[in-house]
Structures are given as structure tokens and as C-alpha cells.
Design a protein around this ligand. Structure first.
Ligand SMILES: Nc1ncnc2c1ncn2[C@@H]1O[C@H](COP(=O)(O)OP(=O)(O)OP(=O)(O)O)[C@@H](O)[C@H]1O
Length: 235
């Protein structure tokens, strides 16, 4: 089942397009990486995928299982995390749990086992022991992990991560990849992530979306499907 479908998408911030001829189909249960040089519009592509930006031309469709109000539940962890401002809980546990309580947003859904999901997500990212800490006292890497936990706790159909391994040491990266593989293979989650560490994650992937420079400026998507990842379709 298709969860994301982008067809002939064109987009730019000024009058010059930075993305053209974007055709991307992502199937439910796939582990997909988006890669390309700095400034190649990887974050822009994610934002178009999430419909945070509207394309100039073409269409973006989100469909899938567990749909709420006609859209899949989406967990999004942006590159720059702005969530630690006032208005968000200041303790780890409440912050992660809060993802399950905000209403009216299609980024999450309500569920009666909020506590259990919050605990599982915190354990999965290795932050359960620090659940009573104030967020202000956490390291950058630990903050990154609780944002990931907050997204996972929402049990998203689609988990979208913008350079999630930046600043992680090698051990943290391998446990992060193990977790992603588990979420994709065991829970049927679809994971799309922007990464510059393609080589180390390549064996786990189902698909790579490569942004390549067009001859006359702008960037174009080229989708690679020949990864050695094992694609398990989810009904
Ligand atoms: N809000 C904005 N307004 C105007 N231009 C923008 C805006 N956001 C991004 N851009 C420009 O669009 C282009 C693509 O930016 P984007 O952040 O999508 O690239 P990226 O591939 O994610 O980069 P990086 O690898 O450095 O994170 C860049 O030239 C950037 O300067």
C-alpha cells in the first residue's frame, strides 16, 4: 500500500525552482533514506512530503493504514528542534507523553495506552532512566533522543526524520539504526530519513532517494531501489 505519492512536483522559494520533476512513491513499511549534498533541498523535499509546503506544480498525496481524518499519523523530528521553548513541558517524561495529548493535529492521534507507549518509547531510545530529568539539563544528543521518543510514542504510520544521526557517536548511531529496523520490520512503520551517512545505513534500507543537480539549476529526485534491505509489505 502506498503511503506517500509525489507526482511531477516542482517547488521554489524564490522565482527560481529548487526542486523539479520530483516523482516519489513510498510504500507502507519501507525504510527510505533521502540523500544529496548540502543545499540540495532534502529538508524542502521532506516539508513538501509532509505538506508543510505547497508545491508550485504537481501533487502530493498521503494515504495509508490507521488513517485519521483521511491522513496517516505522522511523527516528524525536524533538523532544528524548536520544541524546547516555553509552552512545552520541561521534564522528559511529560515532554514525550505530551505528543500523545495534543489534539487537533494530524501529526498524532489519541490512544488510551498513553503511559505504556510513552514508557516503551523512552526505553527504546535509552532515556527511561532519565525520565524525571529537566530537559534543560540534557545534552544535545539526549534532547535529540527524547524528540525521537516523542515521535515514536505517537505510533506513527510514517516517521520522518531530518538528519537524525547528526552529532551521534558510533554506538548511538548503531543503536539508532537497530531501533529503526525494529520499527520498520516489526511494527510496520514507514521511516523516511534525511542522512549524510548513507554508506553505514545502506544495507538496512529499502530505497534511496538521491537528489541530483539538474543541468540548468535546481535539483531533481532520482530513486534507487536496489538496496539490499528486505522489503516487507504491510497490509
Ligand atoms: N525558508 C526559506 N526561504 C528561502 N530559501 C530557503 C528556505 N529554506 C531553504 N531555502 C533554500 O532552499 C535550498 C534548499 O534548502 P534545504 O534546507 O531544503 O536543503 P538541504 O538539502 O536540506 O540542506 P542541508 O544538507 O544543508 O541541510 C537552499 O538553497 C536554501 O538556502
Amino acid at each position: 500500500m502506498m503511503i506517500v505519492s509525489m507526482q511531477d512536483v516542482q517547488f521554489g522559494y524564490s522565482d527560481v525552482p529548487c526542486l523539479q520533476d520530483v516523482n516519489v512513491d513510498i510504500m507502507s513499511g519501507e525504510f527510505v533514506a533521502i540523500t544529496g549534498p548540502n543545499g540540495a533541498a532534502k529538508t524542502t523535499l521532506l516539508k513538501l512530503m509532509l505538506r508543510l509546503l505547497q508545491p508550485w506544480k504537481g501533487s502530493v498525496q498521503l494515504t495509508g493504514k490507521g488513517m485519521q481524518r483521511g491522513r496517516p499519523v505522522i511523527g516528524y523530528v525536524p533538523q532544528q528542534i524548536a520544541a524546547f521553548n516555553s509552552g512545552f513541558p520541561s521534564k522528559v517524561l511529560e515532554f514525550v507523553r505530551s505528543g500523545r495529548h495534543s489534539s487537533g493535529s494530524w501529526f498524532r492521534r489519541m490512544n488510551r495506552d498513553d503511559e505504556q507507549r510513552t514508557e516503551t518509547a523512552l526505553r527504546q531510545v535509552g532515556m527511561w532512566e532519565l525520565r524525571h530529568r529537566r530537559i534543560g539539563e540534557l545534552s544535545g544528543g539526549q534532547k535529540q533522543r527524547i524528540c525521537l521518543a516523542r515521535a515514536i510514542a505517537q505510533e506513527p504510520d510514517l516517521l520522518v526524520l531530518d538528519e537524525p544521526t547528526t552529532g551521534m557517536d558510533m554506538e548511538s548511531r548503531s543503536s539508532f539504526y537497530r531501533l529503526m529496523t525494529h520499527l520498520v520490520r516489526s511494527s510496520g512503520m514507514t521511516v523516511v530519513m534525511v542522512t549524510h551517512s548513507l554508506e553505514e545505513v545502506r544495507p538496512l534500507l529499502d530505497r534511496i532517494i538521491q537528489l541530483e543537480r539538474k543541468e540548468h539549476g535546481g535539483w531533481k529526485c532520482c530513486t534507487t531501489t536496489s538496496c539490499s534491505g528486505h522489503f516487507v509489505p504491510v497490509e
